[in-house]
Design a protein around this ligand. Structure first.
Ligand code: UDP
Length: 452
């Protein structure tokens, strides 16, 4: 693929090194490249994307100072603090030496950075380069985080007492206290500190948001009212970047597509908990029997490390394989966007990460929500209560409840409304991209960048 862009504008993109952040940033890069910009990706050694999947970009790894123990701890919050503390100098040096050397004819027009890679902003300031923030989670989650920060500062703090957890948060209906985006990865203090750092727009020129007006109009309007800079809600990025290649950190097992080809239309429930969520062995058992008993075909992603730090698959109950036969397909990582777009898939059991949620909605696939942490709880509540395109498994996982929920989602009459609304929402998303709000925001964004 042609690397050099015609415009003489080079954009530097700084993704946060987690799958749910890398994907939308590289999709944005693909879109901007199609508009004539030259794209450089500056990334950490940790979780570095595979350059051979994106020959149209230039990749620049920078040292992140992470040590093996820190990486294996899986503490996402601590890892982000280390990256922000260590990458400032290496990023600056990378921009002044290597990026500039590579294509001296293309000056750096703008730095687009993930909100959690906030060290980028001060480097951009030092070098006098315009900067734009990319937010990869929902707008409603942003508001919920701010509420959490405010509640904490007033001494009302999690874990919220049982008597409170089902109460609605006054200004956030229909979110309840239990839906607030609390992370399981670190102390509340540290999580709130990271959120506050990420939320500060400082001297950025604009915010790019991977969301759509038709999904989050009131949250976006509320944020825009308090924010002095333009917000471009240009989602869903995976659909905007039509030619995007995979940016998976794990190898995709594409054999599941041939298995899907053999299943009937809308019959398969796809099960995946994303790149970070995990479950206990007991939950794995209940999921396994619940899926079998539902009698629906299923495609299940069991990611290594997602069940008690094991490979997961070897923990499946005895007799499982025989009971499933050809009716189930298990992989360690799937080409998710292709799976959700496949005609055989009629439902998605998801942890409700924002990318997974957008990917499901864009294909009109209703969802069975089982959030694990952070923004997933906000998204799950919106899926079930606002967009009404899914249902949430709220109790301890139990096979009978799972069986009933899968049937309701996929085939039962009382789930029909959800399935119809999911298809309607897909149409609204298409309209947004084809001449609607996302289309206009994308054009305005390109104009802004060209004006720098
Ligand atoms: N994904 C994938 N294959 C899988 C599971 C997930 O390609 O088997 C992708 C999915 O399409 C999404 C991303 O990984 O783009 C996960 O991001 P999300 O925000 O949904 O959740 P996170 O992993 O950040 O919790």
């Amino acid at each position: 693929m042609e690397k050099k862009a015609q415009s003489g504008h080079r954009l530097v993109l700084v993704p946060c090194p987690y799958q749910g952040h890398i994907n939308p940033m590289l999709q944005l890069g693909t879109f901007l490249h199609s508009k004539g910009f030259s794209i450089s990706i500056v990334h950490t050694h940790f979780n570095s994307p595979n350059p051979s999947n994106h020959p149209e970009f230039t990749f620049f790894p920078i040292p992140d100072g992470l040590i093996a123990d820190e990486i294996s701890s899986g503490n996402v919050v601590a890892i982000m603090f280390t990256i922000n503390a260590n990458c400032k100098a290496s990023f600056k040096q990378c921009l002044t030496d290597r990026v500039t050397e590579q294509e001296p004819q293309n000056k750096i027009t703008c730095i687009i950075y993930d909100e959690f890679m906030y060290f980028s902003e001060s480097v951009a300031n030092d070098l006098n380069i315009p900067r734009i923030l990319l937010r990869t989670q929902s707008a409603t989650n942003f508001i919920a985080c701010n509420t959490l920060i405010r509640l904490h500062s007033k001494g009302c703090t999690s874990p919220f007492p049982d008597s409170m957890s089902l109460n609605l948060v006054p200004e956030l209906h229909p979110l309840r206290f239990k839906d607030l985006p609390i992370s399981i990865f670190d102390t509340l203090e540290n999580v709130l500190k990271l959120m506050a750092n990420g939320h500060d727009v400082r001297t950025s020129s604009a915010i790019i948001w991977n969301t759509l007006d038709c999904l989050e109009q009131s949250s976006l309007a509320q944020i825009q009212q308090q924010c002095q800079i333009p917000i471009f809600s240009i989602g869903p990025l995976h659909k905007i970047a039509t030619a995007a290649s995979s940016s998976s950190l794990l190898e995709e097992d594409t054999s599941c597509i041939a298995w899907l080809d053999k299943q009937s239309h809308n019959s398969v429930i796809y099960v995946s908990l994303g790149s970070l969520a995990f479950i206990s062995e007991k939950e794995l058992f209940e999921m396994a029997w619940g899926l079998i008993n539902s009698r629906q075909p299923f495609l299940w992603v069991i990611r290594p490390g997602s069940v008690c730090d094991s490979d997961g698959i070897e923990l499946l109950p005895q007799g499982f394989s025989e009971a499933v036969g050809e009716r189930g397909c298990i992989v360690t990582w799937a080409p998710q966007m292709e799976v959700l777009a496949h005609g055989a898939v009629g439902g998605f059991w998801s942890h409700c990460g924002w990318n997974s949620t957008l990917e499901s909605m864009s294909e009109g696939v209703p969802m069975l929500c089982r959030p694990c942490s952070s923004d997933q709880k906000v998204n799950a509540r919106y899926v079930s209560q606002v967009w009404k395109i899914g249902l949430q498994l709220e109790n301890e996982l139990e096979r009978g409840e799972i069986e009933r929920a899968v049937k309701k989602l996929m085939v039962d009459d009382d789930g029909k409304g959800m399935r119809v609304r999911a298809k309607d929402l897909k149409e609204k998303i298409v309209v947004s991209m084809k001449g609607g709000s996302s289309y206009h925001c994308l054009n305005e964004l390109v104009e802004l960048i060209r004006s720098f």
